[in-house]
Design a protein around this ligand. Structure first.
Ligand code: NAD
Length: 517
């Protein structure tokens, strides 16, 4: 059927950017400051998830092209790492301005390729922009320590960039997650190779062009496309010193296990299963709005999406009202006015989500609201799944697996202790929240629930970048998390200098052979 009229207009806009196309042509690599057509013999289709229209093709970058990207990044590192911190800061000021100015353009690309609603896509850009804004504070955040440790002796530490770094990103936040690395890797003096998700490369290409306009010299940021073979080159290349990965468990564990034995620093944000506990003393409207928004927003394709709700005691009486609220959400193309949730990313993703819904029936759970076979008349070929609410026990597959779709699983617990025990038995640790009006309940939950990001009356407790991302347990591999203070740590190493400057006539003529203290 082709694109909807609104999407066709957006596709024209997106195709004006040098690296990307939404009119069926290829997406370019960006190497050494040039948008280059790949000579790959394997190309991957990018489709509009609302219509299946082929928007563009991305190359499986060739070995020679990959090497050119690494060479460009290595060369650029020689000068960029020595560029003054104030110049790098100025580039970030310019970049934040350009991203703000072009946010609707980036959002157009996201809606076309990823499917989320336009308003939600602006949020995706906005959360990335906040990391760029935090990077402008680099003249403070990079300050070292200095102490006069004894007479005539000073020690000071400085933080230096690592060299060539790489980012491998997922489909669900095509702007935000690329900006986590693009801002912090470069402002600290590193160069970067980005391998964006092969399903929605457009936002990264627009960001690369904006980085160039903001004054990042050629080779500081490079973009290569592809799937597992290109990722493996990133893991194996000795010039690449650090890898930021965000995505699913399988790819993340593979990358971590392949790259760390080679001495690379790896931070890997993985899958999730985020729970919330609803206490009977909570504010009902606040809770139900937050739960429906967090479970079904972005069609459940957020790593901080809410997947499990535990209604404690009489709070169970609110379930019918939650179902009504979920029914009221509009499912349609992301550009349509009033859409609350768009399609999931692919027909395979839709089949996976529907498989898990079906499994609830088979394994003895209850489907309270069934989003399967959801039809949107204007978009007969879209990968739509309507809001779904199921009731399960923790041994069922819909509970045990990350569904990554608009499916909220309700499990039962008698009291707060039981609810916390369920959360802590889960292998993941991205986020968990509690809805209550009791300070002591909230405090107990904060302290005892193990996931690394806790919400109190907040369903998507994603920390702003003055803090760092702090998912834990099975949701993270590595030692140094993304953005915030630890983002600066990830992209730098410390060097500590001790110097002695005595007056010339205070130095005797006998060597000291004992350990100086
Ligand atoms: P994905 O793992 O399929 O893809 C992520 C990246 O890894 C892509 O660039 C892809 O090309 C690459 N990749 C995929 N399979 C690979 C393989 N076998 N070998 C090497 N590289 C491979 O993830 P996705 O479907 O794009 O994103 C959804 C997943 O990401 C969900 O599990 C979600 O929870 C997770 N996620 C986590 C966070 C977080 O911060 N914890 C944030 C966003 C998404």
């Amino acid at each position: 059927g082709g694109l909807s009229p609104l999407a066709a207009k957006a596709a024209q806009e997106v195709s004006k950017w040098r690296g990307t196309s939404a009119l069926g042509e290829s997406t370019k690599n960006y190497i050494g400051g040039e948008f280059r057509e790949s000579k790959a013999d394997k190309w991957l289709e990018v489709r509009d998830p609302s219509t299946q229209t082929v928007l563009t093709h991305v190359p499986e970058t060739t070995a020679a092209e990959f090497d050119q990207a690494v060479d460009a990044a290595q060369q650029a590192f020689q000068t960029w790492s020595k560029t003054s911190v104030m110049r790098r800061q100025r580039v970030m000021f310019e970049l934040q301005h350009l991203i703000r100015q072009n946010a609707p353009e980036i959002a157009n690309s996201i809606v076309l390729e990823q499917g989320k609603t336009f308003a939600d896509a602006l949020g995706d850009v906005g959360r990335g922009l906040q990391v760029v804004e935090s990077a402008t504070a680099i003249t403070n955040t990079l300050l070292g320590d200095k102490l006069e440790v004894s007479a005539d002796m000073d020690t000071f530490s400085r933080r230096l960039p690592l060299g060539v770094t790489a980012a491998i990103t997922p489909f669900n936040f095509p702007a935000m997650i690329v900006l986590w690395s693009a801002a912090l890797a470069t402002v600290t003096g590193n160069t970067l190779i980005v391998k964006p998700s092969e399903r929605d490369p457009g936002a990264t290409m627009i960001i690369a062009e904006l980085c160039e306009k903001a004054g990042l010299p050629a080779g500081v940021i490079n973009v290569v496309h592809g799937s597992a073979p290109t990722v493996n080159r990133i893991c194996d290349d000795p010039a690449i010193k650090a890898i930021s990965f965000v995505g699913g468990d399988k790819a993340g564990e593979h990358i971590y296990n392949r790259a760390t034995p080679l001495g690379k620093r790896v931070q890997a944000n993985l899958g999730a299963k985020n729970h919330c506990v609803i206490m009977p003393d909570a504010n009902k409207n606040l809770t139900l709005n937050a739960v429906a928004g967090a479970a079904f927003g972005a069609a459940g394709q957020r790593c901080m999406a809410l997947s499990v709700a535990i209604f404690v005691g009489p709070a169970r009486q609110w379930i019918p009202e939650l179902i009504e609220r979920a029914k009221g959400l509009k499912v349609s193309g992301g550009f349509e006015e009033g859409t609350d949730l768009g399609p999931v990313i692919s027909p395979e993703a839709k089949a996976r989500v529907e498989h898990y819904i079906a499994s609830v029936d088979k394994e003895g759970g209850k489907i309270l609201l069934d989003g399967r076979n959801h039809t949107v008349p204007e978009y007969p070929n879209g990968n739509f799944v309507g809001p779904t609410i199921v009731e399960c026990t923790t041994d069922m597959s819909a509970y045990k697996n990350e569904i990554f779709g608009p499916v909220l699983t309700i499990v039962e617990a008698e009291n707060l202790d039981d609810a916390i025990a369920i959360i802590n038995e889960n292998k993941y640790g991205n986020g968990a929240s509690v809805f209550t009006n009791s300070g002591s309940t909230a405090r107990k939950f904060e302290l005892e629930a193990e996931p690394g990001q806790i919400g109190v009356n907040v369903a998507v407790p994603v920390p702003l970048p003055m803090f760092n991302w702090s998912g834990n347990k099975g949701s993270f591999k590595g030692d140094i998390p993304f953005y915030g203070k630890s983002g600066i740590d990830f992209y730098t190493y410390r060097k500590t200098t001790t110097s002695l400057w005595p007056a010339a006539d205070a130095v005797g003529n006998r060597a000291t052979v004992t350990m100086p203290q």
